[in-house]
Design a protein around this ligand. Structure first.
Ligand SMILES: [Zn+2]
Ligand SMILES: [Zn+2]
Length: 393
């Protein structure tokens, strides 16, 4: 650490090297959804060595470490990190690059895990707090709802937490900064398939059939009226039709056409409205052309929505570490999705962003050249520690 480390994060500085080592080891052996075997072994072993009560198996490879404070009764809080990697070929050449072909820690979950382990390490030796802390290490954040799986497996029954907190590194936000949202921070992400059935026939005699390709075209156009004409202009939503299939050749009107796409929103009301409008348009446009169409709508992750009071507490904790001027409050949310949303549907809490660095060299999440910024490990771990003391004093 440099000598100008802010006072507030100095207690975690001695753990910087240790966290970096954990982080790079995890980076080297990335594991994807529900196969975080080495990673969860490592996490459980470290938590056990710190004297925490370790629970394994929630969500398959999930790990929860329980730490009791020494100041008696108090709330139970949950601090959550994700452990999974992406299906992505790493293009970095540094020493700690992925040893698992086709898998990569391209979202920084290696860093999230290391920061939470660092916080557990510090707090296990400094237990001047009330109540207890659950250190949650979840599997399968990337599209496979590991958080939901842990909840379905009874996490909140086994550990009746009062509040839950999450943190994600954020490229584009400078190192040393945080961003906290008083409401929605990430979007819901649903997918849909529209199956259109017409009546196939000769392309030169279209009047004898019902063309599902034409119907598909009308549905594509009409679907774009939902956000522009049905959603309040001050709210937001995205409908993207990303795939279309139909027909095999140039002289046959096909019997079937299929459209696929995604819907993103920042609030349950818009999510519901878009689904309803899409269904109405799909069924009625098809009927108007003498075809039939079915919308199969699959709920993905809900929007990640912070509880305002808890977010305000997080903002104060972040400001105590980074300075008021280095905490963004209520900046635009991301239309990406995050499965910590499932935990926030059940418990009050907040999910914040920690700057991973900005500028021309800054690499986006899920990019094959991305790497978690090891310089922010002490700041992130300090956030967890300071938040715990703040909530459990
Ligand atoms: Zn990701
Ligand atoms: Zn991520």
């Amino acid at each position: 650490m440099s000598t100008n480390t802010p006072l507030a994060i100095q207690p975690l500085s001695p753990l910087h090297q240790q966290m970096q080592q954990w982080r790079r080891e995890i980076h080297q052996y990335p594991e994807t959804a529900y196969e975080e075997f080495l990673t969860s072994d490592k996490v459980a072993e470290i938590l056990g060595s710190l004297g925490l009560t370790v629970d394994r198996g929630l969500g398959g490879t999930g790990v929860v470490g329980l730490l009791e404070g020494e100041l008696g009764e108090g709330p139970m809080i949950g601090l959550r990190a994700d452990m999974d990697a992406l299906h992505l070929n790493e293009l970095n050449q540094f020493e700690h690059r992925s040893c698992h072909e086709g898998k990569m820690h391209g979202c920084g979950h290696d860093g999230h895990t290391a920061m939470l382990l660092g916080a557990a390490s510090h707090l296990s030796r400094n237990r001047q707090f009330r109540g207890s802390i659950c250190f949650i290490f979840q599997p399968a954040e990337e599209g496979h709802a590991g958080a939901r799986k842990m909840i379905e497996d009874g996490m909140f029954e086994r550990f009746p937490m009062d509040q839950v907190y999450g943190m994600h590194n954020w490229p584009g936000l400078e190192q040393g900064r945080f961003a906290v949202h008083p409401g929605a921070v990430m979007a819901s992400a649903d997918t849909f398939t529209i199956s259109i059935t017409g009546q196939g026939g000769h392309a030169a005699m279209p009047h004898q059939g019902v063309d599902p390709v034409l119907v598909a075209g009308q549905i594509i156009s009409a679907s774009q009226s939902i956000v522009s004409r049905n959603i309040n202009p001050l709210e937001s939503g995205v409908i993207s039709i990303t795939q279309m299939e139909g027909g095999d050749t140039h002289n046959v009107i096909p019997e079937q056409a299929t459209l696929k796409g995604t819907v993103r929103t920042l609030a349950p009301e818009q999510r519901e409205l878009i689904q309803q409008r899409l269904r109405t348009l799909v069924e009625n446009i098809a009927a108007g052309f003498g075809a039939q169409a079915e919308l199969i709508y699959r709920d993905g992750y809900p929007a990640t929505i912070n509880t305002p009071d808890n977010a305000e507490q997080c903002r104060r904790v972040a400001a105590s570490l980074a300075g008021d001027e280095n905490v963004d409050w209520a900046i635009a949310p991301s239309m990406g999705a995050e499965d910590f949303a499932f935990m926030l549907q059940q418990k009050p809490g907040a999910y914040i962003w920690i700057g991973n660095g900005a500028g021309p060299d800054c690499c986006a999440l899920h990019n094959p050249h991305y790497d978690f910024n090891d310089e922010i490990l002490p700041l992130g771990a300090s956030y967890w520690v300071a938040l715990s003391y703040q909530l459990l004093s």
